[in-house]
Design a protein around this ligand. Sequence first.
Ligand SMILES: [Cu+2]
Length: 125
Amino acid sequence: MITTNARKAAFASLLSLALIALMVSSGANRAHADDIPVVEITAKRFAFTPDKITLKKGQTVKLRLHSEDVTHGFFLRPLKLDEEIPAGQTIEVTVTPQTAGTFMTICDHFCGANHGNMTMTIVVE
Ligand SMILES: [Cu+2]
């Protein structure tokens, strides 16, 4: 007959095994994600820095979008980008451009008087 303590011990060891499995698998994901080139973009009223990046058609990149002040948007329909960058935070979005061309990303989250001029260029070649 299994005592309550033995059951608890068995449950605890199962739980720690599950935790270890979780840590191992997330470590593997992180190592894999590191293979993807990262492009850092900073949003600050009323510009993106850099204001132009060049990507390669078919090549996956990770855009790391950081807001230095208020909440900004990052919208570019041809690349299916429609992100919100919360005030002071950094978000990541992975994109694989499928069409070559020159595209204009806009901030689509109202951020102040000059919001309408807040754009950046993404060239896909
Ligand atoms: Cu804006």
